[in-house]
Structures are given as C-alpha cells and as structure tokens.
Design a protein around this ligand. Structure first.
Ligand SMILES: [Zn+2]
Length: 250
C-alpha cells in the first residue's frame, strides 16, 4: 500500500522542494535541484525509497532513508496509519517536502533519524539486500573471518540492512551475531538469506519505518526471547549495540 501511494506521485511535476533540516537533508542544494522536474519512477533499494526525477533531460534519484520513525505522507494522507506512530502528525516533523502542482509528498519524522540524499552522492553499494539471489549473497559474504553481523552491515557487501534489521534477521536465523562468516555452513547462509528477504518484505509493507518486532520491547537486556523466553543479552558487535538470545542463537 506504501508503494501504491508513492506510485500516485509518478508523472507529477515538482514546483518546489522544502529541505531545510540540515540533519535529515545534509546536501540540500543537490536535493533542491529536482525542483521543476517531473517524477518518472519510484523504486526501492533495500529499505531506501528512490524517487526518480527527470529534469532538463537528466535523471536524478532522491533517496529517502526512513530511519526508525520516518514515514511518508502523500496528499495529506499516510498509507501506514496503523503504525506505532499512528495517525498523529505534526507539521514540525516535516523534514522534506516535494510540492507538486497539485498535492505533495512529505517525509515526516519526529525523531530526525530519516535521511534524504541524492543518488549522486551515494557511495558504491553492494547488491540490494532484498533482491540479491542466494548465490550472489554467498559470494558477497565469502569466507571472511569477520563477525556475520559486521558483514551484513557492510553496505559495500550487501546494501540496505541497518543495525536493528540485522539483529532481527540473525534472531530469526538462530545465528549468534558474533560468529565469523567463515564458520557458517551452506544451510545457515541460506537461512540468513531467506530471513533477510522476509524481514525486508515485512518492513516494506509497513511503509519503510522500522517499528520491527525486535525494535522496542526486545532491545533491552533481560527481555524475554519471543521464541524460548530466555533473557536477551546486549553486547557490541561490529561496533554496534547488538541484542541476541543466548539460548537459541549459536
Ligand atoms: Zn531464544
């Protein structure tokens, strides 16, 4: 339903761009350059929504990274009202707005974790985590000795996975985030690949905002694992705060 709402903006001409929040929009001059252009496509790259704009025979893609609490509002309506952040909205949370001849697309984010960038300043990315096939997934991870969590977060290997998503994927795959990639057998890699796709599918249906199952209630030490009730533990893996279940993740 999120995609449907976004697709509603295809074909519209952008009359102006509001991009005044320097945290959410770090390169406003690049992003504002789409003003006057026309939206020709809305694509997805992992959990990033790409808005493709054609302007003076040139195409530019604006990437919307939703962060934890960002959501999109098209023509004043959110396609994801049922989410944790609910129907409440406040114009102070509008970090980025594409104003069309008629209607608008707004990125609303009370917590300012969302980011709007241009694909023009995007670093080289690995293949998209959602569409990557198992063989490529296996090749990208390779036999490296780094922790599997760190490898999944490395955007140059596989693009589109954030910290909480990776914790969720590894919990579902029953893999200890500290394990080295080299120690995983083929079946385990296949399980991680399958759960990556499933988690991203669910995320996308929710509108790109990660109010995930492992998000709030499980991200504290001692919270009961939803599978077996064991107390979740917290540690640092790959430089990031990580939660896992010591009972079923090994
Ligand atoms: Zn467990």
């Amino acid at each position: 339903m999120f995609r449907r709402a976004s697709a509603a903006v295809i074909g519209r001409r952008i009359t102006s761009v509001v991009a005044d929040d320097p945290i959410v929009v770090p390169t406003p001059e690049v992003v504002r350059a789409v003003s006057g252009g026309r939206v020709v496509d809305v694509v997805r790259h992992g959990k990033v929504m790409g808005i493709v704009v054609r302007h003076q025979r040139r195409e530019q893609t604006i990437d919307v990274h939703f962060g934890m609490s960002g959501r999109v509002i098209v023509d004043g309506r959110s396609p994801i009202e049922e989410l944790a952040y609910g129907a409440s909205d406040d114009s102070r949370w509008h970090r980025f707005v594409l104003v069309f001849e008629r209607g608008s697309l707004v990125l609303s984010d009370p917590r300012r974790f969302a980011r709007v960038t241009s694909a023009d300043d995007r670093a080289p990315l690995g293949p998209d985590a959602w569409s990557i096939d198992l063989r490529t997934f296996r090749e990208r991870l390779g036999g490296r000795r780094t922790a599997v969590k760190a490898a999944l977060l490395d955007q140059s290997l596989v693009a589109g996975l954030g910290n909480m998503l990776v914790d969720e994927i590894l919990m579902l795959s029953a893999v200890d985030p500290r394990r080295s990639v080299a120690s995983l057998d083929a079946r385990t890699v296949a399980s991680i690949h399958r759960h990556t796709r499933a988690v991203l599918d669910r995320l996308w249906k929710r509108g790109g905002s990660h109010a995930g199952d492992l998000a709030a209630e499980l991200r504290r030490p001692g919270a009961p694992c939803p599978r077996d009730g064991a107390a979740m533990v917290r540690g640092t893996v790959g430089g990031r705060t990580t939660f896992w279940c010591p009972q079923h993740q090994f």
